[in-house]
Design a protein around this ligand. Structure first.
Ligand code: DGL
Length: 268
């Protein structure tokens, strides 16, 4: 595998740029090819079969662009389509999801306790995090809550106000999240409200941002396999399956700066 090849990252939309940003922060020499499936978002309310079909199409685009790694930044797609994408990519690219690095982190840090998770309906109903965390055999119990209002709220930048704080509080007060030692933020968008969530818990539990954990795990993999790029081989590319000005402006929210989005239709 060519170490100078790009890292492919995909998501249902622009939210996965939180993960792209975390990757860029610690892997400055890597070229990134990002794909946001803006024509089909949100994934969080869709069936696993539909998400799988979109994920394979996107994987095809990223493989054609010669990516050495494909990172599924979207929790909903990681839960629904990881095994299939891995099989499809075969030996052409190493496929990463956002679930396994989090499971490894929780296994290292915790035992015999209750861990909470918030995410989309798809991520929660798939039970993938629960199955993997409980399979660590460390006496960990995972309790999850779907929090579907948070994605549209964050996308509209309707955050850090009285109403958004109230919505977050109502979700976090749910019985399901009682007596937890840590909370996994299992959605691309939630790093943007981590301060509000930390404020609710007042430092009593650990609130875990998966974007940083995933980026660290990707770096460790590249280092171990001698796949770190020595020098950036080209400009980052940001592809979307549907383009609007509003999507382009939203990149500032998730990536910290406005980036130019290039339209790339998935189905001709
Ligand atoms: N990217 C999705 C996730 O992390 C959230 C947005 C959506 O539902 O498409 O689950």
């Amino acid at each position: 595998m060519d170490s100078s090849a790009p890292i492919g990252i995909f998501d249902s939309g622009i939210g996965g740029m939180t993960v792209a940003r975390a990757v860029k922060d610690i892997l400055a020499n890597e070229q990134i090819v990002y794909f946001g499936d803006t024509a089909h978002l949100p994934y969080g309310d869709k069936s696993a079969a539909t998400i799988q079909a979109y994920s394979i199409k996107i994987t095809d685009v990223l493989l054609k662009r010669g990516c050495k790694v494909i990172l599924i930044a979207c929790n909903s797609a990681s839960s629904a389509a990881f095994e299939l994408v891995k099989e499809y990519a075969g030996s052409k690219a190493k496929v990463f999801n956002v679930v396994d690095p989090m499971v490894d982190y929780v296994r290292e840090q915790y035992s015999d306790t209750r861990i909470g998770l918030i995410g989309t309906k798809q991520t929660v109903s798939s039970g993938v995090y629960r199955d993997k965390i409980e399979a660590t055999n460390k006496g960990l119990q995972l309790t999850s809550l779907a929090t579907p209002l948070l994605v549209p709220m964050i996308e509209e930048s309707f955050i850090h106000n009285q109403i958004s704080e109230e919505i977050i509080k109502l979700y976090l007060q749910n019985e399901e999240l009682k007596d937890i030692k840590a909370l996994i933020l299992a959605c691309t968008h939630y790093p943007l409200i981590i301060d509000d969530i930390n404020k609710f818990y007042q430092g009593k539990i650990e609130v875990i941002d998966s974007s940083i954990i995933v980026a660290r795990s990707l770096k460790a993999y590249l280092e171990y396999n001698n796949l770190l790029s020595k020098k950036k081989s080209g400009e980052d590319q940001f592809l979307v399956s549907d383009y609007t000005d509003s999507f382009e402006q939203t990149t500032k929210l998730f990536f910290g700066q406005v980036v130019h989005l290039e339209k790339h239709t998935l189905w001709e």
